[in-house]
Design a protein around this ligand. Sequence first.
Ligand code: AMP
Length: 114
Amino acid sequence: MADCIFCKIAAGEIPSSKVYEDERVYAFKDINPQAPVHILVTPKEHMANVLECAEREDDLLGHLMKVASRIAKEQGLAENGFRLVTNCGKHGAQSVNHLHIHILGGRQLGEQMA
Ligand code: AMP
C-alpha cells in the first residue's frame, strides 16, 4: 500500500534490520527498542490490524505467532520468557496501521499490561 512505512520496509524500499523473512512474513528490529530484544513481525501484504487479518486470512495469524515464537527462541528468550503484543486501533495505541506483533524480551518486563 502506498505511503505505508511497513509495506516499504518489507519491500526493501526503506532500510531495516532484518531478522527473518519468508513468503508471507517480514520481521525486523524496532527502531525505538523498549527492551533489549524488540522485534516486529509483520505480514508482507498490507492489512491494518489484527481485526482485518482475522477477517481476511485463514491461517496467517497462526503463522505470524509461530514465526514470532521461533524468533524469540532463536534470540535466546525461551528460558526466561518474553512478551508478544499487537496493538489495535486508537485505544490500543497503534501508531503504525500495518499489522505487527511486537516481540519484547531480554529483561524483566513490568507486570502491568497497560
Ligand atoms: P505500534 O505503536 O504498536 O503501532 O508500534 C509501532 C512500532 O513501530 C513502534 O515501536 C516504533 O518504534 C516502530 N517503528 C516505527 N517506524 C519504524 C521503522 N522505520 N523501523 C523500525 N521500527 C519502526
